[in-house]
Design a protein around this ligand. Structure first.
Ligand SMILES: NC(=O)C1=CN([C@@H]2O[C@H](COP(=O)(O)OP(=O)(O)OC[C@H]3O[C@@H](n4cnc5c(N)ncnc54)[C@H](O)[C@@H]3O)[C@@H](O)[C@H]2O)C=CC1
Ligand SMILES: O=C(O)CCC(=O)C(=O)O
Length: 634
């Protein structure tokens, strides 16, 4: 019985598919009918009856009667059900057990399920047995379930309404549930608000009549300013994933309760500006340009994940100025690019492309003319980073002499030879392969002059970025025979989606392999990237760590335990830490951990503080003049 008579708020919470992820009776049938050849059919019949009752399409009492008669369950099945339900408590309820415990006086479980399985589950999370209102089974002498307690109003139509009327709770009542019978409490006036709970199941008939739709208990607690385990509900954090990133990425975010939008193609600047307004995390590959204009229209954006190596499509300077951390996958597709380059090089030197094209036109040209081995040839790598060095190793294993040129002094791997200038490399190589990054300065690194320096009949590969090679010059060099064959994977303009046609002067030229920017597009690479980038982003969102960021100072933070973590990103000018520390002193806030890292543009200060502090403290921190972004985690 409720003993609390003070005017207060009562939280009436449904059990099946709200407190737990599943419907108790459906699962009981599943357990009881194990081994029965008709199990699937009967369980489905029970599910249909549950759904019809939850949607308000079938009288509740009739639905319950029919379900019980289909069950064929006994007491031991109920015990097995309790064990199963322990593993099926809704995630947001499990993580908010402190709220359940601290508000247990005010929380009522009102369910048309059964006390035999509800009470053990909810009391383990701190609720009170006397606050559970539900049906009870009737058993026969052999412990078989033969019916329900018909006297209990909850086994009748409008049972929840009748119960709440009889309780006459002395305060405001709000209801959280996934079924129409939960809404009926609001409709009947015994509750002032109905929150449709959609973490496990979403019924349009129910959500359409709700005062609020809450995808998790966190959202409910946030809306009602109640104590909660998450400072900000994840369901409110929008993640926009573009360019068909691997499904494991989407799953990683959804599993943690984030609100994910997934698009197959890229967006142009205006489309992205429209979409990004309420986005907190953006995921892209190489085709979406994140310009300063885009960033200026992204007030909530805290991080960008480039699901690839290159980050030249992102205005990194503007991102840093706006306090947006950028992460990439620096080596997950390295091997895929290298393998494609090796394959293309062999096909071109061996003259396979021309022969294959000829065969498709009916030409049988069996001859060794212009077909060579790669063994003993000189491989010239422009750019000796992750990809260049991998290709260096494989080139050597194929018996090639490897030469490289890099703007940075790099250690040669194996017997590779470092050359002092690009010109030296172009003069010596039989195969020139581009592996430099896509920074702006690298526009047209290879143009007419550079092709002229190359050996006659050179093989040329560009799997780096389209703009590093002047396409007209390459076309001319191919037509003149200076370049014998080319493999091109990247282009100055690339179609945004697979529906857009590909236009290029390179189309139709013989001995040219054209691929649609798929150097990194293998199942292995994409899955690897799909795991790697979300891990970095989630560490940043949940913990503040910036490991692997390409534009933020790197900070690897300990897990947050018990404190509040303040994350302050500011312009890197002298005196900010002193200003922050003065505010801490003024409010007498105890700091349990403090970390600071800077780069040329920004400073990133992380402060772990004890949970209790006066109003005004956080506002003062946010209002420090040089603040770019501020976040708080707990
Ligand atoms: N086709 C595709 O699908 C893929 C293309 N890429 C492209 O390949 C590029 C290289 O990738 P990684 O090797 O992982 O990058 P990395 O950053 O490890 O290596 C790039 C190297 O190029 C050097 N470099 C830059 N500009 C140069 C110049 N003008 N002359 C000589 N050296 C220069 C750098 O010092 C660095 O050593 C990426 O930036 C990306 O644009 C990467 C993955 C897939
Ligand atoms: O797979 C992609 O979309 C882009 C691959 C790429 O160019 C990169 O990783 O830099």
């Amino acid at each position: 019985m409720l003993t609390n008579t003070i005017e207060q708020t009562y939280y009436v919470i449904d059990f099946d598919s709200t407190f737990t992820q599943v419907e108790g009776l459906d699962e009981l049938a599943n357990i009881a009918l194990a081994g029965n050849p008709n199990r699937e059919k009967v369980v489905q019949q029970i599910r249909d009856l549950t759904d019809a009752a939850m949607n308000g399409e079938l009288s509740f009492a009739e639905g319950l009667r029919q379900r019980i008669s289909l069950l064929q369950a006994n007491r031991s099945h109920v015990e097995a059900l309790v064990d199963f339900l322990r593993t099926k408590v809704s995630d947001s309820f499990a993580r908010n057990r402190a709220f359940l415990r601290d508000y247990s006086e005010a929380i009522l479980i009102v369910s048309s399920g059964f006390k035999e399985f509800i009470v053990p589950i909810v009391t383990e999370l701190g609720l009170k047995e006397e606050n559970v209102y539900a049906n009870t089974f009737r058993f026969d002498a052999d412990d078989n379930i033969i019916g329900v307690d018909d006297e209990n109003v909850l086994s009748q139509d409008k049972g929840k309404v009748k119960l709440l009327e009889s309780l006459a709770l002395p305060g405001d009542v709000c209801v959280i549930g996934d079924g129409y019978t939960d809404y009926e409490l609001r409709e009947a006036g015994v509750a002032s608000r109905f929150y449709a709970f959609t973490e496990n199941v979403e019924r349009t008939k129910v959500t359409s009549v709700a005062d609020h739709v809450v995808p998790s208990l966190d959202e409910f607690l946030f809306l009602n300013n109640l104590p909660r385990s998450q400072s900000y509900p994840k369901s409110r954090i929008k993640i926009l994933l573009l360019e068909n990133v691997h499904p494991v990425a989407r799953q990683a975010f959804e599993e943690q309760g984030f609100n994910v939008e997934f698009l197959k193609g890229a967006l142009d600047e205006d489309e992205l500006i429209e979409k990004i307004k309420d986005v907190t995390i953006l995921g892209i590959r190489s085709k979406t340009n994140v310009t300063r204009r885009v960033l200026e229209n992204a007030p909530r954006l805290i991080a960008i994940g480039a699901f690839c190596i290159g980050t030249n499509q992102i205005d990194l300077k503007a991102a840093t100025e706006k306090g947006v951390a950028v992460f990439n996958a620096p080596y997950s597709n390295t091997r895929s690019v290298v393998e494609l380059a090796v394959g293309e090089m062999i096909m071109l030197i061996r003259n396979v492309v021309t022969k294959s094209n000829g065969m498709h036109e009916g030409k049988w040209d069996k001859s060794a003319n212009n077909s060579f081995e790669v063994r003993g040839k000189k491989l010239g790598l422009v750019g000796y980073g992750h990809i260049g060095t991998q290709l260096s190793v494989i080139g050597e294993a194929l018996g090639m002499e490897v030469y490289f040129y890099d703007v940075v002094d790099k250690m040669p791997i194996g017997n590779a030879k470092k050359l002092k200038s690009l010109d030296d490399l172009l003069r010596i190589a039989d195969v020139v392969s581009m592996h430099i990054d896509g920074r702006k300065d690298n526009k047209n690194v290879i143009g007419k002059r550079e092709f002229e320096l190359m050996k006659d009949g050179v093989v040329f590969l560009n799997l780096a970025r389209g703009h590093v090679v002047e396409v007209e010059a390459l076309v001319e060099a191919l037509k003149s025979g200076k370049v014998w064959g080319a493999g091109v994977d990247v282009f100055p303009y690339e179609p945004k989606t697979n529906n857009e046609p590909f236009e290029s002067e390179l189309r139709g030229l013989p001995n040219v392999i054209l691929t649609p920017h798929i150097g990194g597009s293998t199942e292995e690479a994409q899955e690897g990237i799909g795991h790697y980038v979300p891990e970095r982003l989630l560490e940043y969102i949940n913990n503040g760590s910036t490991t692997g960021s390409v534009n933020f100072p790197e900070v690897q933070l300990p897990l947050l335990k018990g404190s509040h973590r303040l994350l302050h990103i500011h312009k890197n000018v002298p005196g900010i830490l002193a200003k922050l520390n003065n505010i801490f002193a003024k409010y007498n806030v105890n700091i349990t951990g403090q970390y600071l890292k800077t780069n040329e543009q920004i400073g990133y200060v992380i402060m772990d503080v004890e949970r209790s502090y006066e109003d005004g403290f956080i506002d003062e921190i946010k209002n420090v003049e040089e603040t770019i972004k501020f976040r708080m985690l707990y």
